[in-house]
Design a binder for this molecule. Sequence first.
Ligand code: GLN
Length: 477
Amino acid sequence: MAGEPLGMLSACATGEAIGSGELDGAECLAFWAERAGDETLNAYLWTGPDDGGQRIAGAPVAVKDIFCTEGLPTTAGSRILDGYAPPFDATAVTRLRAAGLPVLGKTNMDEFAMGSSNENSAYGPVLNPWDRTRVPGGSSGGSAAAVAAGAAPWALGTDTGGSIRQPAALCGIVGLKPTYGAVSRFGMIAFASSLDQCGTFGHSVADAAELLSVVEGLDPRDSTSTGIPGGLSRPTASDLEGITVGVPRNFLEVGVEQGVADRFAEALKTVERLGGTIRDIELPHAELGISAYYVIAPAEASTNLSRYDGVRYGLRVPADDLVEMYERTRGEGFGPEVKRRIMLGTYALSSGYYDQYYGTAQKVRTLIVRDFEAAFSEVDLIATPTTPGVAFELGAKTSDPWSMYLNDLFTVPMSLAGIPAISIPAGLAAPPEGGPQLPVGLQLAAPAFAEQALIESAHALEAAIGFDERPEGGGDS
Ligand code: GLN
């Protein structure tokens, strides 16, 4: 660790320093607990630390408040889970503890992970550490902002349609969403079960991959879990020799900000400089991804969220009879976006409309899966900008759901196909309206369970891009 300030030490190196006795685990935890407790971005809903007298073998982890943590508040960003402290840990959290990684705090998020800006949290928005008038992205905005601001060494999030990759891009850090099934969903509060997946945030590909290797794995308590066959090892690649990277040009034609397009073009040049080959590909149905997603995800959400009835968890608003109690509890407990999705989803599943909406969306999903299969018969990876634009101003998109949903244009297709994808920083760009420069993300996607190949290439690119900027105050003490 050679004199490097603890806040700048990678999470991997922190674990090694604790392992070798060079760094004291309890001191490390205390350092990060202070950083987490001091942050002013509203990134945390609860800070610990939760050391519980356990063995400390590495850097503590900021955990999105969607993961159940035994005896600790778990709200999923919703009023309806106010006061809920689960009697068990999510499997991902159990795995952290077993690896000697304490929970540093629970991070703020869009209510039930529905959102792209963190403005849908019942506990107030998270601010972007690069510019506090802007959003950090969502729904895992608290996790991304905490890591970017140096208030956590690394973090867990969830990604249903982009909720790890998009905030990672907007906050200038790495976000890794593995293949659907890689990490158990047990104890991860459900939004859209066929899409929800746990993933990781870090300052580097190696850190994000290391944390994923801790939480991934088959879990008998989640029948869709598989783990990553062969596991994950630390990436070592320094070039892209023999790697073909596909670029879906047609898909990218729609409204990408100039600054984002410029950083993306440079990243593709870097791919070639590292010995990789760029090939244009088609993903003919990818542009339908948003439309399909915003039928499928609300449909699954409307079912999953029926369990919040004022009887079993959190908030109860008393009333004279049972039905009125349900209505009042749900009326007061859910925020507007969650209500919108429950209504959309219930409608899409209703008899007479099921085929027209849900059935059609599922067919589109299949076409998108096939698009990726065809593309991956020609290329090893697919590259896109992670988001069409840089971080936008708080309030800029709250009155127009469709413009908010368009943030997910490039991330949703991978979620529908269940394939792994990563966002790495590609540099900075000014927003279209002018002003200070903000982070831009590069997304790389790979075939199912090709995580190792994905992180190898991302690691080589990350080193060549050489992005090492942090927002003011981001970990430099
Ligand atoms: N922004 C998307 C939505 O609102 C994705 C959210 C997510 O991945 N959890 O649904």
